[in-house]
Design a protein. Structure first.
Length: 133
């Protein structure tokens, strides 16, 4: 099995580029807001042999927002997923990342992607989408 991509900004750049260039990619505008933080999913598709969703987090609060984890479920069953991108969103800024997982675990299922805040109120931001590929 291929080794998973390392997390972090370099991996994010390569994955993000691959996702945006993939013919499978669909643009989405899913969003959920809690307090002054907005979690969005902007694209879903396949990139580098992985199912992938591009997300954005906007922080309109006065304190930095730290990401704990992004959890992915397919058909209500948790599946392994990796996240590439920054783990902190500074006050007043927006960050982007890609969460990716095995396509066979997600294919044709309803996905739920949950961003969990690290520390603070440990808020959970959940969005659901169909993964048709």
């Amino acid at each position: 099995a291929p080794k998973p991509e390392p997390a972090g900004p370099a991996a994010f750049g390569a994955l993000d580029e691959a996702l945006r260039q993939s013919p499978t990619t669909q643009a989405l505008n899913l969003r959920v807001k809690k307090g002054g933080a907005v979690f969005r999913i902007t694209h879903v598709g396949r990139a580098r042999g992985r199912a992938a969703a591009r997300f954005a987090l906007a922080n309109e609060e006065s304190a930095d927002f730290f990401l704990s984890v992004l959890n992915v479920s397919a058909g209500n069953v948790p599946i392994p997923a990796d996240t590439a991108g920054p783990y902190v969103c500074r006050a007043g800024e927006e960050i982007f990342g890609v969460v990716h997982f095995a396509p066979e675990a997600a294919s044709g299922k309803r996905l739920s992607i949950t961003l969990v805040q690290s520390g603070g109120e440990r808020r959970r931001f959940q969005l659901a989408l169909e993964y048709p590929f």
